[in-house]
Design a protein around this ligand. Structure first.
Ligand SMILES: [Fe+2]
Ligand SMILES: [Fe+2]
Length: 193
């Protein structure tokens, strides 16, 4: 809460933190499935922005902190293929996210884009949780020390990146809104457009 930093979280296990992130994003994808047919475009766009923010921050803390620690903790043979593959999958994830963020919600392929992203994430998460994490568990990695680093970096990125992205979203929402208001004013001024 206010004034609290993640340094004060005494027990942050890296694997638990990453698993929680995975579950949180999975929940948001499920939420999208539930609302996609009935919700306003702006609501869908806000949820997708949240998903993309969460995935971007998650991928970044893994790349900056978790994957390098994993490479050090696992012996070269054991970790290399898995971690190389994970790095390539992150690239694909970023491409999918970028395309989705650029697409207007009324794009006929928008919902399909979200679905493909969710399936790709599911595949990647499954590999991390069922192959990489068990190897880490039996390795020498100090998962609490790494967890604290992940939590700190996540907090930093959530504050900076999230704010920048949210303000973009707000700009888009605001311009949509002002179009609405302009229409409203024009109508009330008897100016039919
Ligand atoms: Fe990952
Ligand atoms: Fe992950």
């Amino acid at each position: 809460m206010f004034g609290m930093t993640s340094n004060e979280n005494t027990n942050v296990d890296a694997l638990q933190l990453l698993k929680r992130d995975h579950d949180e994003v999975d929940g948001m994808f499920k939420q999208f499935e539930e609302i996609k047919e009935t919700s306003e475009d702006s609501e869908k766009e806000a949820l997708v922005a949240q998903i993309c923010d969460a995935l971007t921050v998650h991928a970044q803390i893994e790349e900056e902190i978790f994957y390098p620690s994993a490479r050090r903790a696992l012996d070269a043979e054991e970790g290399k293929d898995l971690l190389d593959e994970a790095a390539v999958e992150h690239q694909t994830l970023k491409d999918l996210i970028e395309r989705l963020e650029a697409a207007p919600t009324d794009d006929p392929l928008y919902d399909a884009g979200v679905k493909v992203l969710s399936e790709y994430v599911k595949h990647h998460v499954k590999e991390e949780e069922s192959e990489l994490f068990p190897k880490i568990k039996s390795s020498a990695m100090d998962t609490e020390a790494v967890g604290r680093k992940l939590a700190d970096r996540k907090e930093q990125l959530t504050q900076s990146g999230g704010r920048a992205r949210r303000s973009n979203g707000q700009q888009r929402a605001a311009s949509g809104e002002s179009r609405g208001r302009r229409k409203g004013r024009a109508a009330s001024a008897g100016d039919d457009r």
